[in-house]
Design a protein around this ligand. Structure first.
Ligand code: SF4
Length: 79
């Protein structure tokens, strides 16, 4: 995770099971709507540990983090 990097976070709503873990880990980055579907609060965010942890801890593997500048997928990491 490079300091000062900007990320683009997305949630695949077809995978999200509404567990709420992402919003608990990073409440300023993820929010659940009335249907308990998560969505990013802002499309772009500063690179930070709690957003990464939210992606890692999502039980449905629904969170994707991309480098904003290039669109490179950072999470999930390439196999
Ligand atoms: S942790 Fe994953 S499954 Fe749970 S609400 Fe967030 S995106 Fe959805």
């Amino acid at each position: 995770m490079s300091a000062g990097a900007r990320w683009r976070v997305s949630v695949d709503r077809s995978l999200c099971v509404g567990s709420g873990q992402c919003a608990a880990a990073a409440p300023d980055a993820f929010r659940l709507d009335a249907a308990r579907q998560s969505h990013p609060v802002t499309e772009e965010t500063a690179a930070r540990a709690e957003v990464w942890e939210a992606a890692e801890n999502c039980p449905a593997e629904a969170v994707t983090i991309r480098l904003h500048a290039t669109g490179e997928v950072l999470f999930p990491p390439p196999e």
